[in-house]
Write a protein that binds this ligand. Structure first.
Ligand code: G4P
Ligand code: NA
Ligand code: NA
Length: 194
């Protein structure tokens, strides 16, 4: 998606060979116009998949997921990372291990909002090692929901998540796939040059 790649090139900061900072439009300040374009793009790519719900993870997955839900006309559920005061039982939960933080976190959703009747699009802002996506797959398997596919805003194609998820047969759509981060520069994967 060219407009996203241009935004990454103009505003992204390469913090190291593995980390890209995009706080000005996705992870802290949010660019609503860009999010709306992202929502339309995902809706286009997953048109005809009979999606009934979107599942994402708080917090940075919510903005692109809501814009996609708006275009597809379906509700968006976000898994919570912390135990909520009101969300206490009747849950589907999964462990998500963070390689960056070297810790495991439990993510949960209420059983009220996803059922075996649903066909779900999983979404997230970043795909690195894929642990968050596998946690959401685990939750959807518990709910016996169908998984339509995975929509990712920025994939770090040099990490293992995308390969592992595709190897398991899931349909993955990525709007910007990064081949390499080095010397402050972002290189996108060849098939997606902008
Ligand atoms: P890992 O597999 O590489 O260890 O990453 P992990 O899933 O632990 O991700 C930890 C957090 O960092 C996640 O956000 C994830 O989206 C984000 N993340 C991973 N790689 C990058 C990167 O290169 N750039 C940016 N900007 N974020 C990255 P989170 O903790 O769930 O936070 P949030 O959703 O509230 O923003
Ligand atoms: Na995230
Ligand atoms: Na994040």
């Amino acid at each position: 998606m060219d407009v996203l790649k241009q935004k990454i090139l103009s505003e992204g900061k390469v913090l190291s060979d593995t980390v890209l900072k995009v706080d000005s439009f996705l992870n802290h300040q949010i660019d609503p116009v860009l999010m709306q374009e992202i929502g339309k793009e995902f809706a286009q790519r997953f048109k005809g998949f009979d999606i009934t719900k979107i599942l994402t993870l708080e917090s940075s997955g919510i903005a692109p997921a809501v814009m996609t839900g708006l275009t597809l006309g379906v509700p968006v559920v976000f898994a919570r990372k912390r135990k909520s005061l009101t969300l206490t039982d009747h849950l589907y939960s999964a462990e998500v291990y963070s390689f960056t933080k070297k810790e495991s976190n439990e993510i949960s959703i209420s059983q009220d909002f996803i059922s075996s009747e649903d066909t779900v699009l999983i979404m997230d802002d970043f795909l690195a090692n894929g642990q968050a996506v596998f946690g959401m797959i685990d939750i959807l398997n518990q709910a016996k929901a169908r998984i339509a596919g995975i929509g990712i805003v920025i994939e770090k194609g040099f990490q293992e998540g995308g390969k592992k998820i595709r190897q398991q047969g899931y349909h993955v759509e990525t709007l910007a796939n990064i081949a390499k981060l080095s010397d402050g520069n972002v290189t996108f994967k060849k098939e997606e040059t902008c």
